[in-house]
Design a protein around this ligand. Structure first.
Ligand code: AMP
Ligand code: MG
Length: 427
């Protein structure tokens, strides 16, 4: 009896095991430094520490008047002794009975313990006024509208740890610390090998029975979005020798490929030659087939890259993705994206699912975890999702109308309108 197909959860767990093994190695390998703005999307390789206290001085968070809360709370007029703008420093401490006009972002003068907002101030009648008081209906306490020096971070504190995918907030924080360049992990290099006799290049008019190779640019785009450097190889024909030659070419240590993606040629058909070719290349499989829709034939394993003399054999992970475009895209998202994250040194968990409410009922057979092209409306609370009608896993037009994948658990025969479901956002 054939073995039952691996569940999606078990397949994801096997991917995660390999991720946990390769992430430390990726984080220990060579890094590079890049200018700040282009560092967005890269993975930080060296911790960022505060170069000074943040804020570097007690900072006003409002335009208003700095003074002593005890005095201001009497609601008596207090003498307006000076003014401090952002970028300036008060020339003298505030004496008893005095206030200092202050702008947002300016350092609090010595002697002041609070700032009351200009909107809550009342002024003496001369022009310009020399006395100010807090409006009777307002209260103030020490510390109000002040961020103390070092409240956000003390000099030397670790602000961002290695392994973080760099976003705009990290870039701003690095800039605040005076860093114009960041040390990041190298981008993992992904080889993309499409197989199939029917494939022609994009700029060619397909002959009878031929189609254009849409998977290669799609997988390259997915890989680039995952922070990798895609290398698209020439298409391999459905002949043993052609697939063997293509593998021999790419499994070359000099190319420094971190992940091999193969599309097509892994179903049960007579011309599906990829798995045997991988075995001939010395591959070890972690799974061959998963109880998924779309993407059931997907295979995952590790394959040796040719040895440089004297050094031990090195293996790289590979994923053999089904050729149907949506199967390829979905299995990339489920399995290649986490591997690439690990290869990029990224420590955040992958893939990231979110919850949404189902707009229309779904019913179908149990046994497969489904990832169905769906459209989620994020303007509603909670977000509401419905599947996109499709002609199966080759329907790129339907896929292009989707903005997420609806997850149908393997044991669900129906999902009712209004139920909370998991979705996987499109990259
Ligand atoms: P296969 O997995 O090789 O059996 O391919 C399954 C289906 O996907 C077939 O209809 C193929 O024509 C189609 N297909 C395979 N490779 C590609 C590709 N690179 N681009 C677009 N469609 C493909
Ligand atoms: Mg094929």
């Amino acid at each position: 009896m054939p073995e039952p197909l691996l569940s999606y959860a078990e397949a994801a767990a096997r991917i995660a095991l390999v991720c946990d093994r390769i992430r430390p190695a990726s984080q220990a390998s060579a890094t590079e430094t890049v200018p700040l703005s282009p560092a967005a999307g890269r993975v930080l390789a060296a911790e960022i520490r505060a170069d000074r206290d943040q804020p570097p001085f007690p900072r006003a968070t409002r335009d208003g008047f700095a003074g002593r809360a005890a005095e201001i709370s009497t609601h008596q007029f207090l003498f307006l002794a000076g003014r401090v703008r952002a970028g300036e420093q008060a020339s003298a401490p505030i004496a008893p009975g005095e206030l200092c006009e202050i702008m947002t972002g300016a350092p609090i003068p010595a002697g002041a313990d609070c700032v009351f907002m200009i909107e809550h101030a009342e002024f003496s009648s001369e022009v310009p006024p020399s006395f100010v008081r807090l409006a009777a209906q307002r209260t103030i306490a020490p510390g109000e509208n002040i961020v103390p020096q070092g409240a956000e971070a003390h000099a030397g504190a670790i602000l961002i740890s290695p392994g973080i995918r760099i976003g705009p907030a990290h870039i701003a924080l690095a800039a605040q610390c005076g860093l114009s360049r960041l040390e990041v992990y190298r981008r993992p290099r992904v080889a993309i090998l499409a197989t199939g006799d029917e494939l022609v290049p994009i700029d060619q008019i397909p002959g009878p029975g031929q189609i254009r190779n849409s998977n290669a640019p799609m997988l390259a785009a997915l890989a680039a979005a995952a922070g990798a450097e895609p290398i698209v190889l020439p298409v391999a024909a459905d002949r043993e020798q052609a697939v063997d030659d293509a593998l021999a070419g790419v499994l070359n240590p000099a190319l420094e490929i971190a992940l091999l993606l193969i599309s097509g040629g892994i179903s049960a058909g007579r011309f599906d030659l990829v798995e045997d070719a991988l075995l001939r290349a010395g591959a070890r499989f972690h799974f061959q087939g998963v109880a998924l829709q779309p993407g059931k034939p997907v295979a995952f394993g590790e394959v040796p890259v040719g040895q440089i003399s004297g050094s031990p054999a090195v293996t790289i992970p590979f994923l053999a993705l089904p050729g149907n475009p949506i199967s390829s895209a979905v299995t990339f998202q489920l399995f290649a994206a986490p591997l690439l994250a690990a290869l990029a040194g990224d420590s955040s968990p992958q893939p990231r699912f979110v919850l949404a409410e189902l707009k229309e009922p779904w019913s179908g057979r149990t046994g497969l975890t489904r990832f169905l092209p769906a459209l989620c409306d994020f303007a509603t609370n909670p977000p509401r999702v419905r599947t996109i009608p499709w002609q199966g896993s080759g329907d790129l037009a339907a896929f292009a109308r989707a903005n997420c994948l609806l997850v149908v658990p393997a044991d669900a025969a129906e999902l009712s309108t209004g139920s909370l479901v998991r979705i996987l956002l499109s990259p």
